[in-house]
Design a protein around this ligand. Sequence first.
Ligand code: ADP
Ligand code: MG
Length: 292
Amino acid sequence: ATPTSIMVGTGRAARGGVLFRDGTALQRLREVRAIALDKTGTLTEGRPRLTDIVAPDRDAAEILSLVATVETRSEHPLAAALVAAARERGLALPALVNFEAVAGHGVSGRVAGRDVAVGARRHLDRLGIALDAGLLAEADRLAGEGRTPLHVALDGRHAAVLAVADPIKPEAREAVAALRARGLVVAMVTGDDRRTAEGVARSLGITEVSAEVLPAGKVEAVRALRATHGAVAFVGDGINDAPALAEADVGLAIGTGTDIAVESADVVLMAGSLGPLVAAVDLSRAVMRNIR
Ligand code: ADP
Ligand code: MG
């Protein structure tokens, strides 16, 4: 494409809320054969709400207060859900020390003299905490309903399972269908629970799902798609997406996402909705056609 047609193309995209960092990204987008999308915050609102507290023989309010206190230091959308739920219930959020976040796993800290950990099942595995069979069964049941189960450990013991539900973005289903109609392979790549991810993928019409992947696993997923299909675009919003955004032939960040994701991307979808993604694909094809 000529420099002029690229300038016109990126200018038009910007008016539609899609910022191309440079013209070569517009050219590369035309070559893309597969689009991989992160789930939380990309295909879903990323504003999950606490729906369940399963805490046999424990005080649910106390558990929520401890967990929410640890989450006050996390940027994860799941953290915001738990902090909001505690605030709505008027629960105290005491002081926190020894905070630690492990990307794609969860968070830990010390609150009111107790060791608190919350996150995916592998977070507790990593801490060497034995999992309770009853709570695991509850987590499976909640995931089957499309919710994300979070495991809580208190003082090294598996104490509770919380669940959060995150609504799918209203335009996501249509955007996925539109991308597929343009001949693109559409895949979901997520750190979330497999059953939760498959439930969400099913309702979006996505058949290729990589679930329970760590940030490095998202890079692997991009490479695997490239090996099978050709050039790959990755769309994401989180810190955990930054490596995959950098690895992809075209990395597209959700503009409402974290700074690190935006900085790692070639393209920014300013409004955070997926409609402009389809428009950007169309534009990349149109601009390249114009100059023939
Ligand atoms: P996604 O790819 O869907 O955006 P992430 O890779 O960010 O998901 O997180 C994967 C999983 O790690 C989450 O589903 C959750 O189980 C756990 N996790 C990560 N951060 C936190 C946190 N701050 N609090 C609780 N759980 C967390
Ligand atoms: Mg995300």
